[in-house]
Ligand binder design. Structure first.
Ligand SMILES: Cc1ncc(COP(=O)(O)O)c(C=O)c1O
Length: 399
């Protein structure tokens, strides 16, 4: 093929970074496929299979030829079922017109960013943060404003920490709790205080609740109700079936908010993806409508793994690590082991080369000095991975 002129890509592509988390995952998968014995602590997804009842609904959708377009915003019964789930779980007042079904939580967030952000708008993001937040804000023409939370305070995003970052240009306060990567959660009073902080500032309260159904303690539902009442149509949620229902590959998420916001997202979606997969929507309908009791078993298992892995890691001298409030990540501080000028990107790469353990470096979350260690893997792998990590740091200490 001859190339007359060099190819020019759009400017916006140069403004974003590909997901570093996905890159680590891809490398771990590549090594595993080559037969290398990797302990994969990088996964951002449950190791549990999708529950049988959910899979059966997907199979039935195919058998019943439910394989055509659905309405852009999703099947009406799924939109209603998602609204009902939030009413039952948190007492939130949404109905089907306040819900749009998307192709995953990432897509729900992008719909919201593109619908709400104008050039120059600021989006306040507590750090450490999930990298996608900032990239999507930039894609939408906005400016991410990072606010550092403190490790000593369990990385909690409190009104006190956030207040100095709120300006007349703040369009969205973006809160993700339990947080990826820290597992930080905030309590009833803190959530209310954050609602109070922005109520007179015209900003939106966007809660990414991806890990909320995997909290180790009951969620502070009354505080969510308070924020919804206080902020009305400026209270917005981005959610997903991916993590709680072990459905990452099915690609189903949702955005929830005022009818006007949901209509705007629908309009965008109608020109971009049309609708989320009809088959996956049927499966998600079962996920949100079925008895939620099996979740408690998954949560108990994640909690066990969190404390076991944390205990093991804390045997490494000079390593600090808090206990997450939910989700499936630990975020240990390994800064003691960094060589002069080195970042955790290099350290994580050496960890993979030397002892075949994949983790995501803190640099991917705007917080060097830490590693994100996922415990979404079997107990055996947790024991084996912990042994290897200990060996790695012992060797570093002596080098
Ligand atoms: C904080 C957070 N939000 C949203 C998502 C989106 O997940 P999905 O697109 O699989 O629904 C993720 C996935 O890792 C996440 O960690």
């Amino acid at each position: 093929m001859t190339e007359a002129k060099s190819l020019r890509l759009a400017g916006r592509i140069g403004q974003i970074q590909p997901s570093p988390t996905m890159a680590v995952m891809a490398e771990a998968m590549r090594l595993k496929a080559e037969g290398v014995d990797v302990v994969d602590f990088s996964a951002g997804q449950p190791d549990f299979p999708t529950p049988e009842n959910i899979k059966l609904s997907g199979e039935k959708a195919i058998a019943d030829n439910f394989t055509r377009y659905t309405p852009n915003a999703g099947m009406p019964e799924l939109r209603q079922a998602v609204a009902d789930r939030y009413r039952e779980d948190y007492g939130l007042d949404f109905d089907s017109s306040n819900v749009i079904i998307t192709s995953g939580g990432k897509h729900a967030l992008l719909n919201l960013m593109l619908s709400l952000i104008d050039p120059g708008d600021e989006v306040v993001i507590p750090t450490p943060y999930w990298g996608t937040f900032a990239e999507q804000v930039r894609l939408a023409g906005g400016e991410p404003v990072f606010v550092a939370t403190s490790e000593d305070d369990g990385f909690r995003m409190t009104a006190e920490v956030i207040a100095p970052a709120i300006t007349a240009r703040t369009r969205i306060l973006l809160l993700n709790f339990p947080a990826n990567p820290t597992g930080a959660v905030i309590g009833d009073e803190e959530i209310r205080a954050l609602g109070d902080l922005i109520v007179d500032r015209g900003a939106l309260f966007l809660w990414d609740d991806t890990y909320a159904r995997l909290m180790f303690e009951p969620a502070p539902a009354a505080a969510f109700q308070y924020v919804q009442q206080k902020l009305g149509e400026r209270f917005v949620i981005a959610g997903t079936a991916s993590k709680a229902y072990a459905m990452t590959g099915w690609r189903i998420g949702w955005a929830m908010g005022s009818e006007a916001i949901i209509k705007a997202c629908g309009s965008l979606q109608s020109q971009m993806t049309s609708n989320a997969s009809s088959i996956s929507q049927k499966a998600a309908l079962t996920a949100v409508k079925a008895d939620q009791a099996p979740l408690a078993e998954m949560i108990a298992e994640y909690r066990w793994r969190a404390s076991r892995l944390r205990e093991s890691l804390l045997e490494i001298p000079n390593l600090r690590c808090g206990m997450p409030g939910g989700g499936f990540y630990l975020f240990p501080n390994v800064s003691h082991y960094l060589r002069p000028g080195e970042t955790t990107t290099e350290l994580a790469s050496e960890l993979l080369d030397d002892v075949r353990v994949a983790v995501v470096p803190g640099t991917a979350f705007g917080c060097d000095g830490h590693l994100r260690v996922s415990f979404a893997c079997s107990r055996e792998l947790i024991e084996e991975g912990a042994r290897r990590v200990k060996r790695f740091f012992a060797a570093r200490a002596n080098s």
